[in-house]
Design a binder for this molecule. Structure first.
Ligand SMILES: [Zn+2]
Length: 340
């Protein structure tokens, strides 16, 4: 009998210690995001078959169906109230003086403890289509890179569920259209949010993270983060902490100041990046944002923005940081707070 008690005691002790030794960290999930898979996705998503993914064209239809199929095969449900993936819209494009029927794509993972609090991860699914002379703008970096990054991030979160680690808060994977026509799909979403903006804890927006700009040719281990500390110190601190703990990219904040000049279209001008991608529609509604960006390059908005020019190892590293930051935002005890 004594022996039995002793044995049970040892068993219980060892259970305790095993539990401690398998304390969960998100790094194994981050490691499921790989250069190989990102490349595989992008070689399809930014191929000629997608016709430059212009909003309202056949190319966009091909793109949204691709995204929907990927989420279906991952087992992640649609983010619309009825479970659909597509958010249909009629967008007025003032530049072109016409109305275009098109769709955002939404996929949703529900949180376990605070399902009403939602992190939104965005990338624009559209690009600028086909040139008059027939050349296709594949938009491998803009924004094929962000689109496939979200697919890999979603897969990592779904893997967490399989391993028994459903996130505490919910996550909306939001692929917006109409970015290239004036941030229209994200504006439509924030004007007609499926999940209330008061409970949208943050927006992480990924737009061009697969290349290296002129300023970093000699030290490519970088990414620009824009806006991280503008509305929330918490968000900035979480992002910095996850980078220091796991990834060690050089986070470059120079474009946090919209007046910092960049050389574009033949002359120096204020960058204004804080206002130039989809996160701004969240920021203007007081949702804290981070815009992830590699800067512009000679192939920006040209048919030469193609898949073989993407730095896949770097894309992997940047995507892992965004996943880890998202992981912390949706699992930490306290919601990200706005500055006073
Ligand atoms: Zn873009």
């Amino acid at each position: 009998m004594k022996k039995l008690v002793l044995l049970i005691g040892i068993f219980l002790l060892s259970c305790g210690s095993t539990q401690k030794s398998v304390e969960f960290t998100p790094i194994s999930l981050a490691n499921t995001i790989t250069a190989v898979e990102l490349k595989e996705h992008l070689y399809t998503y930014a191929s000629d078959a997608f016709l430059g993914r212009e909003t309202g064209t056949e190319g966009e239809t091909i793109a949204i169906n691709y995204l929907k199929n990927e989420y279906e095969s991952l087992g992640i449900k649609g983010g619309m109230p009825n479970g659909d993936y597509f958010m249909p819209m009629s967008l007025k494009v003032s530049r072109e003086n016409q109305t275009i029927d098109c769709n955002n794509v939404l996929a949703f993972i529900e949180g376990s403890e605070k399902p009403e609090e939602v992190l939104v991860i965005t990338a624009h699914l559209d690009h600028i289509g086909v040139e008059k002379d027939g050349q296709i703008n594949n938009g491998a970096d803009d924004d094929g890179s962000g689109s496939v990054a979200i697919l890999e991030i979603a897969e990592a979160f779904q893997e967490a569920i399989k391993q028994g680690h459903r996130t505490k808060r919910s996550i909306l994977f939001l692929h917006v259209t109409g970015e290239e026509k004036g941030l229209l799909g994200s504006k439509y979403y924030t004007d007609n949010p499926v999940y209330p903006l008061e409970n949208t804890v943050a927006n992480l927006n990924i737009d061009m993270i697969g290349r290296i700009d002129k300023l970093h040719e000699d030290n490519p281990n970088y990414m620009y983060l824009i806006g991280s500390d503008i509305l929330s110190q918490d968000l900035h601190d979480v992002s910095e902490a996850m980078n220091q703990k796991y990834v060690n990219l050089e986070l470059d904040y120079r474009y946090n100041d919209p007046t910092t000049e960049v050389f574009e279209r033949g002359r120096y001008r204020q960058n204004n990046y804080y206002y130039r991608s989809d996160h701004y529609n969240f920021a203007k509604n007081d949702v804290p944002v981070i815009f992830y960006f590699n800067g512009t390059h000679a192939d920006y908005h040209a048919p030469t923005d193609t898949v073989e020019k993407i730095e896949y190892e770097l894309l992997e590293k940047r995507t892992r940081l965004i996943f880890l930051t998202a992981w912390e935002i949706v699992n930490r005890d306290d919601r990200i707070r706005l500055k006073e």
